[in-house]
Design a protein around this ligand. Structure first.
Ligand SMILES: Cc1ncc(COP(=O)(O)O)c(C=O)c1O
Length: 351
């Protein structure tokens, strides 16, 4: 998107311009901070951070998670996995788990609200794995309380199934639990984390687990064309993120909470969850999606500010919801400034 000078949304084009990304990567390597193979270094670093014996680079989370679920299915002899209806694999991956890997999806819980331990009682087919996404992005970025989370994992274990974490936003979830990453990851047999979302890297993912599972995953990575020999740019960008962005996750979350408060107290919008659990949350605007999009485009053209990137329709035709993630971009705006920008979106959309 051209014309964007400032972006409230994380991943707005301002920080993703190739020369900006390359300059940050160059700073990281030029100081001799990265001797050796960056991919191997990243894998070691993430294995340690997540408390797993081994971590394996993948070009995408899509590939990593399908591989993880396939391995759990092969090991248990059960091709089904249980997950919330809005999980990324079923919603956004053209059902690759079924078409490519022959797996079956057993939905548990209500698409509009967070998965609970009781919802899992609906799953009648024996499953090879339970997939839990932290936070649940599609419904606003909700996180279950720790006891609820451990109860869900215990449900899987009690049935001989593996527990897999879709940790696309594990980095953003950690301040909510206020426990080390390894303790959260330690609940699960396999953990996928993203190298580009919260870490603001280029692309890529890492799958972590025990040695045998990762050996197996390496075979599938090669079969699927994911064994990229020169993946070092992804790794360096991710390590820049680990050094510079990861330590700021609690500050991002706190800013998100302040932004949500500014939005609700100004009567501009509702937020989900209220208050936000992570730096990512949803904002419900009292205008149709197409009108909000048109208003956002006009604001980029006139003010050079990208307010949000993703807009979705709500059940009511005159309402929509947008996803907002506070990262380095969003920290440059005061909460009241963000509330004023959303008020501008609404008033333009109502014109
Ligand atoms: C919750 C969740 N899981 C998995 C993925 C897949 O990650 P990738 O884009 O690396 O394939 C995404 C991407 O948006 C996601 O939001």
């Amino acid at each position: 998107m051209s014309g964007v000078q400032r972006s409230v949304a994380a991943h707005g084009p301002t920080r993703r311009k190739p020369h900006v990304v390359l300059r940050r990567m160059l700073d990281a390597v030029s100081e001799d901070a990265l001797p050796g193979d960056p991919v191997a270094q990243l894998e070691r670093r993430l294995a340690d951070l997540l408390g797993k014996p081994r971590a394996l680079f993948f070009p995408s989370g899509t590939m990593a998670q399908q591989v993880a679920l396939r391995i759990h299915a092969e090991r248990t002899g059960r091709p089904a996995f249980a997950a919330h209806p809005t999980n990324h694999l079923d919603l956004w991956e053209q059902r690759g788990y079924a078409v490519v890997h022959g797996l079956r999806f057993q939905p548990a819980g209500d698409p509009e609200r967070m998965l609970t331990r009781d919802d899992l009682d609906e799953v009648k087919e024996p499953v090879g794995a339970l997939l839990i996404e932290l936070p649940q992005r599609e419904i606003g970025g909700f996180l279950p309380e720790w006891d609820e989370l451990t109860a869900q994992v215990a449900w899987a274990r009690d049935r001989g199934a593996a527990a897999h974490l879709d940790g696309a936003r594990l980095w953003e979830s950690q301040p909510f639990y206020d426990r080390p990453h390894a303790e959260i990851a330690g609940l699960f047999d396999t953990v996928y984390v993203s190298l580009y979302k919260g870490l603001e890297g280029v692309r890529g993912a890492v799958l972590a687990g025990d040695e045998a599972t990762m050996d197996h995953a390496e075979v599938w990575r090669q079969r699927l064309g994911g064994a990229i020999p020169d993946a070092w740019p992804f790794a360096i960008a991710a390590m820049v993120g680990l050094d510079e962005v990861l330590p700021r996750m609690a500050a991002f979350r706190d800013h998100a909470v302040a932004v949500a408060k500014a939005l609700t107290s100004a009567g501009v919008a509702d937020v989900l969850p209220d208050p936000p659990h992570t730096a990512m949350f949803h904002i419900r605007l009292p205008v149709p999606a197409a009108a909000a999009e048109a208003a956002s485009t006009a604001i980029v053209e006139e003010l050079g500010v990208l307010v949000f990137r993703r807009v979705g329709a709500e059940s009511w035709p005159d309402r929509c919801r947008v996803e907002l993630t506070i990262g380095e971009n969003g920290m440059e705006f005061a909460p009241d400034e963000i509330a004023a920008l959303f008020a501008d979106v609404v008033s333009r959309a109502l014109r």
